[in-house]
Design a protein around this ligand. Structure first.
Ligand code: CU
Length: 65
């Protein structure tokens, strides 16, 4: 399981946006986003490139820190 820190989430809408962005990445499954901890966790069905993750989060309007 991978855990990433995400900056910029302020409400449930942000959580949903990040969850969707991560869920659309190949190999990512079981995404959980925690607003209070500013964290997202996910399992990797196949190896996931962290640059892809960063890009997806950035496109959604947030930042992996
Ligand atoms: Cu929000």
């Amino acid at each position: 399981m991978a855990t990433i820190k995400i900056q910029g989430m302020s409400c449930k809408h942000c959580v949903m946006a990040v969850q969707k962005a991560l869920g659309e990445i190949d190999g990512v499954k079981d995404v959980k986003v925690d607003l209070e901890k500013a964290e997202a966790t996910f399992d990797e069905a196949t190896p996931v490139d962290m640059n892809t993750v960063r890009e997806a989060v950035k496109k959604a309007g947030y930042q992996v820190v």
